[in-house]
Write a protein that binds this ligand. Structure first.
Ligand code: FAD
Length: 431
């Protein structure tokens, strides 16, 4: 067994990297074991046709306090995305066009009904259990069930469903209604700000620039290509074993892997029963984020269609001539293969006729054994039964990650928030 360190962090996404830095800043010897050959997890800045793209997490906002504080600390800057000129929405087989304000007005009519009651259910968005009695009604139902409670005309229903499918990145019959309420509450109870926080502001240099800055802020030992198979607690410490049989000892372990991958790690003794139930429940996101190069009308456009393979599609960048890069979000990665260009072209024609597909790329986060989903969208029952349990420290193992955050769960901000908390707790426990 290698020399014992103070804290082992399993998983080198934003949560694990932040947690390790916090331990190191407090004088602890921290080792990160990361399964992939890179840090960043569900964020991944890459090159595509000479342009930087983000296969995973991309947008940030100054209303995401932990992220923005790290951006300041790193001396980075942000950029604002282009305005959309044309907005389209499909209603029962018909594509309608208007201004973004016109479509937003339709969205808002349904949205306001959906979130009615949010101020009493989530009075403190960074303390999601602070009014759990009021939240419970929403926590017990899916987004689809919440929509069924509302009186919506046909156009409102089509538009709201398309917007919510892109937010949930999952079938609405599986995703919990609280996901929508939480995002809305964290965005100052405003639909306009909800749209801004989810897709308007990017980091100059990409998410990779911010991750590198956090990772470089304190001395941490990094081991890539080291997937962890088992963690045991014994002799007042922990022993962590990788798939290839290496064993590492420490006083404390922070396990900062995605919720949907936790079940693949063997714990000895097993996790507490309420934690096991939370792991079994998992989270619902299973969508796709697709980058498309297309030729067509050289204006910026955004079009939505419920149930489509990538039913939230918008201009990311006007390239040159008639070429533009678009980003599409779909609710089920299993229904859309970016490598099958004829299939993607057919789907493009269905949602945005008149555009020619040149190329497409995506990473399948659902099929990826180290993520098994995209941004956390909790299923019904999460807040009533799972959230507190997963954040409880049992012995010398702490669970962490965006999927467990109090505030911006499922976002980069939630990952950093959770990493800050886990790092401070682990440093105290290992002191
Ligand atoms: C397509 C997509 C779009 C998104 N868009 C946005 C956005 O615009 N804005 C935003 O804020 N957020 C967005 N998110 C969400 C955001 O990227 C994540 O919530 C956040 O990055 C998760 O950080 P994390 O550290 O908790 O988990 P992860 O980034 O998943 O890190 C966990 C790490 O654990 C590793 N791991 C897993 N199993 C093991 C094991 N057994 N042993 C060792 N290591 C293991 C993984 O390889 C990974 O590196 C998006 C996510 C996706 C996928």
């Amino acid at each position: 067994m290698a020399e014992r360190c103070d804290v082992i962090v399993v998983g080198g996404g934003f949560a694990g990297v932040t947690a390790a830095r916090e331990c190191a800043l407090r004088g602890r010897r921290a080792l990160v074991l990361e399964a992939r050959d890179r840090l960043g997890g569900r964020t991944w800045t890459a090159d595509w046709h000479g342009r930087a793209i983000e296969y995973g997490g991309e947008w940030v906002h100054w209303h995401q306090p932990h992220t923005f504080s790290e951006i300041t600390r790193a001396g980075l800057e942000v950029a604002i995305s282009r305005d959309v000129q044309r907005a389209g929405w499909h209603v029962d087989g018909e594509l309608r066009w208007g201004t973004p304000a016109e479509r937003d007005a339709i969205t808002k009519r349904g949205w306001d009904k959906f979130v009615d009651g949010v101020r009493t259910a989530l009075p403190q968005p960074h303390a999601p259990l602070s009014a759990i009695g009021e939240l419970t009604h929403f926590d017990r139902i899916t987004i689809a069930e919440r929509m069924d409670e509302l009186e919506l005309d046909e156009e409102e229903r089509w538009v709201l469903a398309a917007e919510l499918e892109s937010l949930a990145h999952a079938p609405l019959t599986d995703a919990g209604a609280v996901a929508v309420l939480r995002w809305h509450a964290l965005s100052g109870y405003s639909l306009a700000l909800t749209q801004e926080t989810g897709g308007r502001v990017t980091i100059v240099g990409g998410t990779g620039a911010l991750l590198r800055a956090i990772a470089a802020a304190a001395p941490v030992e990094w081991m890539l290509q080291s997937p962890v198979a088992a963690i045991s607690q014994r002799d007042g410490g922990v022993e962590v074993t990788t798939h290839d049989g290496r064993t590492f000892g420490a006083a404390v372990a922070i396990v900062a892997v995605p919720l949907n991958t936790l079940g693949a790690i063997e714990f000895d003794p097993p996790l507490a029963e309420d934690k096991q139930r939370a792991v079994a429940l998992g989270q619902a996101s299973r969508g796709i984020k697709l980058m498309l190069e297309v030729r067509g009308d050289h204006t910026t456009a955004n079009v939505i269609q419920r149930g489509h393979e990538f039913g939230y599609l918008g201009t990311d960048e006007l390239v040159d001539g008639s070429m533009q890069q678009m980003i599409g979000f779909g609710l089920d990665a299993a229904r859309c293969d970016a490598g099958d260009l004829p299939q993607v072209a057919r789907a493009l024609h269905a949602i945005l006729p008149g555009y020619e597909l040149v190329d497409a790329t995506a990473h399948d986060w659902l099929d990826d054994e180290y993520s098994r989903g995209t941004w956390a969208i909790h299923r019904p029952g999460w807040y009533e039964h799972c959230h507190a349990a997963m954040n409880r420290v049992d012995g010398r193992i702490l669970l962490a990650g965006a999927d467990l955050a109090n505030g911006w769960a499922g976002f980069i901000d939630g990952a950093i928030e959770s990493g800050l908390r886990a790092g401070a707790r682990a440093a105290a426990l290992s002191g």
